[in-house]
Design a protein around this ligand. Structure first.
Ligand SMILES: Cc1ncc(COP(=O)(O)O)c(C=O)c1O
Length: 364
């Protein structure tokens, strides 16, 4: 029975399913291959590591609350206006800040059926509803998203490319979605995996955001730059949005080593190129080979592939089998895809190990 005298969380909090991150350990395996969280298989680049190590001299001081050094570097790198940037403890925090700034109880966000879970968690924490547009083809559909929009909708979230499906929306699709939305509704385009895309009709939404009053584009240092552990992401927003968010942002939400390493990472083009090439070389190879073993693989624009098995039991058996080989992949039942496993593109050796294991699993 619930103890009615105990402190009660605000409504909705206990309805939130706790986020389960990618597993990082297998009992009895000293160094498992962790391909469960779409991290950068090459790790952080040398320049970022050196900057992180140098930052040790400044651990006793608070970071610059405006992250000016990083703000300037990001603005220059991407050709953006510095005053329109919002920095967060990962882009996850940018979503949480937007939700907290714009959602009142009873409002809603709209996202795709298999959309990234972080949008939902903080929306629910703000007593907002999450309206999911069906993704029958594992891809966010403009008309399906628009059909969910109502008078209580405050934010529409699209990951482009999307996690965990790996699908993407073309520049035309994003523009069509934006054009059909009332200007009072924020459109957040999450481009966490932007650097891995090769499809020619994909476009960054930075130019769309530049000219609109209601578009936010987010990026992260967790993927292409290999700094997931440092938690740095940013949003490019209209000035009014950036200023509103800044009122609730905790003053020192990005750290001294995080700022330094991220600035250095932006200047490490060689690492960016190597990271991108690794993914762009292996993604089609993994896709083709795994299909050859008789499993379905969804087309992916990210640094991962989503493998679809015959059913949930089959996916679980495959995950267990990979674990027995020291490989951790991501079951995605939490996304409503219990018959699928998401596999991050790894190093050459890791990818070969995945293929060997799946080939053996298929032949059993
Ligand atoms: C679609 C998508 N957006 C955002 C993020 C979060 O990135 P960050 O590490 O910047 O919080 C992820 C991380 O997996 C992601 O898959």
């Amino acid at each position: 029975m619930t103890d009615t005298t105990a402190p009660a969380p605000r409504p909705g909090i206990l309805d939130i399913a706790p986020y389960v991150g990618g597993k990082s350990a297998i009992a009895g395996v000293a160094e498992p291959m962790k391909l469960s969280s779409n991290e950068n298989a090459l790790g952080a680049g040398d320049k970022a590591r050196a900057a992180y190590e140098a930052a040790i001299r400044n651990l006793a001081i608070y970071p610059d609350g405006r992250a000016t050094k990083l703000r300037t570097a990001v603005a220059e790198h991407h050709g953006l206006e510095p005053e329109r940037l919002i920095f967060g403890n990962g882009s996850d925090e940018v979503f949480a800040l937007l939700n907290q700034t714009y959602l009142s109880p009873g409002d809603n966000i709209v996202t795709g059926e298999y959309g990234f879970l972080a949008y939902r968690i903080s929306a629910m924490a703000n007593e907002a509803e999450v309206k999911s547009a069906p993704e029958p083809n594992y891809k966010a559909e403009v008309d399906a998203l628009l059909a969910q929009v109502d008078e209580r909708t405050k934010i529409v979230y699209v990951s482009n490319p999307s996690n965990p499906t790996g699908s993407y929306n073309s520049g035309d699709e994003i523009r069509r979605l934006h054009a059909a939305l009332p200007p009072s509704i924020l459109l957040v385009v999450d481009e966490a995996y932007a650097e891995f895309v090769t499809e020619p009709d994909w476009e960054t939404s930075f130019p769309l955001a530049r000219d609109a009053q209601n578009v936010v584009v987010t990026r992260t240092f967790s993927k292409i730059h290999g700094l997931a552990g440092l938690r740095i992401g940013f949003g490019y927003a209209p000035v009014a949005v950036a200023e509103a968010v800044d009122r609730i942002r905790l003053p020192f939400n990005v750290s001294v080593p995080g700022i330094e390493a991220a600035v250095a990472a932006l200047g490490d083009e060689a690492h960016v190129v190597a990271s991108r090439e690794l993914v762009q070389q292996w993604r089609p190879r993994l896709t083709q080979a795994i299909k050859g073993f008789g499993f379905d693989v969804l087309p992916s624009a990210g640094n991962f592939v989503l493998v679809k098995f015959a059913d949930t039991a089959h996916a679980t058996a495959a995950s267990d089998f990979l674990n027995s080989k020291g490989i951790i992949v991501r079951p995605v039942g939490g996304y409503g895809l219990p018959d699928c496993l998401r596999i991050t593109v790894g190093t050459d050796d890791q990818n070969r190990a995945v293929l060997d294991a799946l080939s053996e699993f298929a032949g059993r």
